[in-house]
Design a binder for this molecule. Sequence first.
Ligand code: ADE
Length: 230
Amino acid sequence: MSDKEKIRIDIICCAPALIEPALDVSILGKARSKGIATIVVHNLHDYAEDKFRHIDDTPFGGGAGMIIKCAPVFSCIEKLQAERNYDEVIFLTPDGNTLNQSVVTELSMKRNLILLAGHYKGIDQRIRDMLVTREISIGDYVLTGGELPALILTDAITRLLPGVLGDAESAFGDSFQTGLLDAPYYTRPAEFRGLCVPDVLLSGDHAKIARWREYQSLLKTTERRPDLLS
Ligand code: ADE
């Protein structure tokens, strides 16, 4: 693989311990050790202005919760941007655009990404106005912070990079990658507790199997996600 195809993802967050262990495991760990993906986690507390490492403060105008301050985020992002050009600075937030596989595919073709994970009530709007280029939500529910969404986005991007998945795990027929939900799969034994694998899958007729899978894909998508068909 040429250097051109490699990706670097910098994750900026308040709680690196939520993310770091997962980055060394399984396919993400392999992608990192093969040098296909460089993933670096930055602790916002390291960029705090005071010796107590405060990175948040109460909101102007009152209200519950704490807001991440501008200074640590600006310092961290400006330091990174002085080192290389970033294609996107992505803020993970429940009010962002909902993530889908086509956004993941688009991002997997970039070279350098910053993922900014919020925590607490939110971040100062000036960070969003001045630094953030894209805002992404992983779904209509609220988590304690953006760390896990950043990890999810990193995982989804990394598995699409050339050389990361072997043939056995290929992303080729994935649900959504084709625009449809994936067909059902079975493995040995052909009968388990009286439950039989569909005959067609044992037929050895690859054209017939492909047609069956396509039909099953369409059927499942029609039943579960008709919105994907339009
Ligand atoms: N932070 C908290 N909840 C989130 C979500 N659903 N998506 C992205 N970031 C978040």
